[in-house]
Write a protein that binds this ligand. Structure first.
Ligand SMILES: [Zn+2]
Ligand SMILES: [Zn+2]
Length: 250
């Protein structure tokens, strides 16, 4: 049931390519002050989360497949599309909140304009990269004809509310130290990376790589890279880079 021939893949691919997905970024949030280390340290810090998240995501996907949808390709593709979108949009939400928090925490002079620019552009780029572009390229690298679906381009109206709400959430959290801050800071690396893993994996299976199982080792490998690199950049490196780059006006 799981070994599909190439032609089956194509059929699946076509059925899945009806396009209701896009990728959006990932978001990462951290603002727990633990980011005073270098780029390498940040990657190492995110790496175990990525390993565990991708592994857990594969288990979830396997259970969904096992649960009887595998024999109904169309249904499972559209279900995976839906899951991709849910996690992708959630990723954008978490990433924009996290970026705003990290940036405003470390910047000496965080103006509203700069915060808004960094809080929207960075998650936009890195969520597309981790949830869409890298899974897309990984699929191609493994010999699968993938579909490209970028939600920022195809359905901006669905993306913007999550992005704007994420930024607003970051602004609210930074000025009111509510208990909710913990949700977006301490546990945020893991939450963020898990959401990103699920988005990436569901993107892969709903955009051409339905038959992922025979190559699950490579899928695992590629996804860990696809997640850890963009999420570390979006969570920490970019907001901190801009925060430290500013002239010290205080
Ligand atoms: Zn979309
Ligand atoms: Zn991310």
């Amino acid at each position: 049931m799981i070994e599909n021939s190439n032609s089956e893949k194509k059929i699946k691919k076509n059925k899945c390519s009806s396009d209701n997905h896009n990728n959006h970024d990932h978001n990462h949030n951290h603002e727990d002050g633990s980011h005073d280390h270098g780029v390498i340290q940040e990657f190492l810090h995110h790496f175990p989360y990525a390993i565990f998240s991708v592994a857990l995501s594969m288990i979830i996907l396997s259970l969904l497949d096992y649960n009887g949808q595998a024999d109904n390709l169309e249904r499972s593709c559209s279900g995976f599309h839906m899951l991709f979108h849910s996690f992708h949009f959630l990723h954008i939400l978490f990433a924009s909140t996290g970026t705003v928090l990290t940036y405003s925490r470390f910047a000496k002079n965080p103006t509203l304009i700069k915060t808004l620019l960094i809080g929207t552009i960075s998650p936009m780029i890195f969520c597309i990269l981790s949830d869409v572009l890298l899974p897309y390229l990984s699929g191609y690298a493994l010999g699968v004809e993938m579909d490209l679906h970028i939600c920022f381009y195809r359905e901006l109206h669905n993306v913007l509310p999550f992005l704007l709400m994420g930024v607003l959430n970051g602004l609210v959290l930074k000025s009111h130290h509510s208990a909710a801050l913990n949700v977006f800071s301490l546990g945020s690396h893991f939450t963020h990376i898990l959401i990103s893993s699920l988005a990436s994996l569901f993107y892969m299976v709903s955009h051409g790589f339905h038959n992922w199982y025979p190559q699950m080792g490579y899928v695992f490998l590629f996804l860990v890279i696809a997640i850890v690199v963009p999420c570390t950049f979006s969570d920490v490196i970019i907001p901190m880079y801009f925060a430290y780059k500013e002239p010290n006006k205080k």
